[in-house]
Design a protein around this ligand. Structure first.
Ligand code: HEC
Ligand code: HEC
Ligand code: HEC
Length: 435
């Protein structure tokens, strides 16, 4: 009896070990790249594709990640901090030694859509989970465009990851759990604009990489698609129709906002400012309208702007007013105005600001603590810097001020406590200590 049990246990262990090994060696990997890309593109085809590739690369925001701040264009080196260590974006200029100059068409397709580079599996900091949905034509176009860039002799930086995360093959497990085998098919019942908007949102502009919450394995949660996620101390808000309306956006305003980075709902800040700066400001009006139509689940933008369904400003109780209003009047109103009206072209209004209407108060607290550096927006718009008030205000004072703002102009509950401010302040201190 004992012997038999031992045999069964041994068999189970062997089967499990074989399963783990076969995942590790890629037996379950699902490539979405078709075999026809093994055929190289002709020089004529490359030349014809390059111009469109420039647009695709901008819409997909490749440059922003693959160029270090102040570094050579396309030469990589931008660091990505993850819980497991630092990953550096690579040189994708056509340099033969350091970049992708020696990469075939097929190798490039596999890297962008399957996340398997010429030198092994890629970490999902490279958003292949989204680019997987790119069309082969668009990937060809980007390939052709990159090959027209100037080759940069800049060596790649080695990633600094702890064991076992430094084993690239281990990503076969991540891919098995988090990658879908399907590409995105057009939905026949919906308009061409809606389908284009979905393609921009999910594939090229990869909005979900930041706005969809992640599971314990850091994969995007399919059942919470675009419902908002915390990234690097801020909240990338809910982009579903309900979420956008709550922030006060209508479809026309959203489309214009993705072009200019400015609206009555506020200015783009932080990582979102960079998305507008490097990518969406260059999208065509048709593409921005399609993006907005899709996010509002419309087949086309309506003739007239929709009035968003959002919470109305609410009455503030006297005690909270007494605690917070003097601070607002002395510290904030000089720029934002007594009625929160702002100063056109210089300071954004607060009475209509999206960050006061989010259920999550994180962005508002961070802005009060950290301030915002001076930013230049597309066109000639520019905003003056906003100072941070971390040194002037206690956690209690920040909480009161934030509650007062959220209640008065955002119609939210006044439920932020000093401990929440303290946690964010602490995160702020550890982050700046490392800088
Ligand atoms: C959000 C940041 C980000 C964006 C956007 C991005 N990449 Fe990457 N990419 C990375 C990182 C990080 C790596 C390195 C991953 C690693 O070391 O495993 C990488 C690796 C690659 C590689 C593999 C290079 C090599 O030497 O192995 C290629 C090819 C590539 N990216 C192409 C692109 C293209 C084309 C686009 C636009 C369509 C793009 N990337 C957009 C972050 C990004
Ligand atoms: C690299 C990460 C990243 C990507 C990609 C990204 N976002 Fe964001 N987005 C953010 C963050 C972070 C915020 C919150 C900014 C803040 O308030 O500090 C934000 C805020 C926003 C806001 C609210 C702006 C406001 O005034 O608070 C909208 C609308 C938005 N994003 C739309 C989009 C759309 C549409 C896409 C795809 C085209 C997209 N984002 C892609 C990170 C990202
Ligand atoms: C010196 C002028 C100045 C002062 C003082 C100031 N702000 Fe600002 N604030 C700005 C400017 C300018 C912006 C827009 C920056 C941008 O979007 O680039 C801004 C933006 C904001 C935003 C919107 C952030 C977003 O994501 O859209 C909030 C909220 C805010 N301020 C709150 C406050 C509060 C609360 C105070 C007082 C404690 C304050 N500000 C004091 C200039 C100021």
């Amino acid at each position: 009896m004992m012997r038999k049990l031992l045999w069964v246990a041994a068999c189970v262990i062997v089967v499990c070990a074989l399963a783990v090994a076969s995942i590790f060696f890629g037996a379950f990997e699902k490539s979405v790249v078709a075999g026809d890309v093994d055929e190289p593109l002709t020089a004529d085809a490359m030349a014809a594709l390059a111009e469109r590739g420039a647009y695709v690369a901008v819409a997909a925001d490749c440059y922003a990640c693959h160029t270090a701040k102040g570094g050579a264009p396309w030469a990589g080196g931008l660091p990505f901090e993850t819980p497991f260590g630092t990953i550096y974006a690579t040189n994708i200029s056509p340099d033969k030694d350091n970049g992708i100059g020696g990469w075939s068409r097929a190798e490039f397709h596999r890297a962008v859509r399957d996340g398997v580079g010429k030198n092994g599996h890629l970490y999902p900091a490279m958003p292949y989970a989204s680019y997987r949905k790119m069309t082969p034509e668009d990937v060809d176009a980007v390939y052709a465009y990159l090959m027209t860039r100037e080759p940069m002799k800049v060596a790649n930086k080695a990633n600094a990851l702890s064991f076992p995360f430094n084993i690239r093959r281990g990503l076969t497990f991540w891919n098995l759990v988090n990658l879908s085998g399907d590409t995105q098919a057009e939905v026949a019942e919906r308009s061409a604009a809606w389908n284009r908007g979905r393609y921009l949102t999910d594939a090229l502009a990869h909005c979900g990489e930041c706005h969809t919450p992640r599971n314990a394995l850091q994969g995007m949660k399919a059942d919470a698609y675009l419902k908002g996620a915390d990234i690097e101390g801020v909240h990338a808000p809910d982009l579903t129709k309900a979420g956008l309306q709550r922030m006060g956006f209508g479809p026309h305003v959203l489309s214009a906002f993705m072009k200019s980075g400015l609206s009555a709902q506020g200015g783009m800040t932080g990582q979102m400012f960079e998305v507008v700066h490097f990518s969406t400001q260059y999208m065509t009006t048709d593409d921005l309208d399609a993006l907005s139509a899709y996010l509002f689940d419309l087949d086309a933008l309506p003739a007239d702007e929709m009035t968003p369904e959002m919470s109305e400003p609410a009455a503030v109780d006297a005690e909270l007013s007494a605690a917070a209003k003097p601070a607002y009047l002395s510290l904030c109103s000089g720029c934002h105005g007594v009625e929160g009206q702002g100063i056109p072209h210089v300071v954004v209004p607060l009475s209509t600001n999206a960050s006061l209407r989010l259920t999550n108060a994180r962005n508002l607290i961070r802005v009060v603590l950290d301030g915002i550096p001076a930013q230049r927006f597309p066109g000639l718009e520019r905003m003056q810097p906003m100072p941070g008030f971390a040194a002037e205000l206690t956690d209690r004072q920040v909480a009161d001020l934030v509650n007062w703002l959220r209640r008065k102009w955002g119609g939210q509950e006044a439920d932020i406590g000093p401990q929440e401010v303290g946690q964010l302040r602490h995160g702020l201190e550890t982050a700046s200590a490392g800088r």
